[in-house]
Design a protein around this ligand. Structure first.
Ligand code: NAP
Length: 257
């Protein structure tokens, strides 16, 4: 695909609601932005500003892209589990001297009444889920479903935005849906499918948090997959869109007004 991204625009690494909100806010304040998506979703939301889709080609490719587009600053607003991208952009920005900010939503926090089982990986989640229940609700995203394909002694409700490309578990139902979801939505789903255990990544954020409240209300165990380690550092990290907009505005002069 030809990359027609304009020169001099702030690069936002996207794939999250926060990335869209930041693009909207910056464009509105007269700062030109280009959002980059990996291309995993066939019909993504189009944020304000320019959009490019597809891989950069590792640290080398991204460094070349940043220089060719005279990128004044980068905000890594990719998903908390997109660790490869975050590591690559940290290395490319360090190499090219491009200012970088990570925008990462805080993890969810355990509440009284929760029955969370924290694990470090999807592999561990696939081993633990059938021990905790015979009917599991899988909300780990289409890319992670393959890790559960060999689990035969459990039925899965798989909810994701698009059909997974990987093999699916033998016993399952596939529900294609895009959040946000309400507590009532989630309680109804638990009842309808007689769910006994919920499996989730610790993605954080309000739009998909209701499932945790629903599990709490129903007294269900929840397998929570922890975030991968990455080179994101607190020194260059903010937790919300407003702080990210302030950081960009302090570095980049509006040019669209
Ligand atoms: P990842 O493992 O960190 O990235 C794998 C490779 O995909 C990267 O090395 C990069 O390829 C390319 N890539 C990732 N994000 C990109 C972006 N925004 N623009 C251009 N290329 C990108 O990432 P992932 O977990 O596969 O996630 C892919 C995308 O989906 C991310 O944008 C992320 O924000 C979004 N997403 C991920 C999850 C999740 O649970 N992982 C959930 C929701 C949304 P090159 O090195 O070749 O450039």
């Amino acid at each position: 695909m030809t990359d027609r991204s304009p020169a001099g625009a702030v690069l936002i690494l996207g794939g999250t609601t926060e990335a869209q909100q930041l693009a909207d806010a910056l464009q509105l304040s007269g700062i030109r932005v280009v959002t980059s998506l990996a291309g995993r979703t066939s019909d993504p939301h189009h944020p304000a500003g320019d959009l490019r889709v597809g891989r950069f080609g590792g640290v080398e490719g991204l460094s070349t892209w940043l220089q060719a587009h005279q990128t004044p600053a980068v905000v890594d607003a990719s998903h908390p589990f997109a660790a490869q991208m975050s590591d690559a952009v940290a290395a490319a920005c360090s190499r090219t001297g491009t200012p970088l900010l990570h925008l990462e939503r805080p993890p969810w926090t355990e509440q009284p009444g929760d029955r969370w089982h924290r694990v470090a990986s999807l592999v561990e989640a696939a081993a633990l889920a059938p021990v905790l229940g015979r009917r599991a609700w899988l909300t780990t995203g289409r890319q992670g479903v393959g890790q559960f394909a060999q689990v035969a002694d459990c039925w899965f409700l798989i909810r994701c935005i698009e059909s997974p490309a990987s093999p699916l578990p033998k016993h399952h139902a596939l529900l294609l849906a895009r959040g946000p979801y309400t507590l009532l939505d989630e309680l109804a789903l638990i009842d309808e499918h007689r769910i006994e255990v919920l499996v989730t990544k610790d993605s954080g954020g309000a739009p998909t948090e209701a499932k945790l409240a629903a599990a709490r209300q129903k007294g269900l165990p929840v397998v929570v997959v922890g975030r991968p380690a990455s080179t994101r550092t607190e020194a260059s990290m903010v937790a919300d869109v407003e702080q990210a907009a302030v950081w960009v505005t302090a570095r980049v002069r509006p040019s669209l007004l």
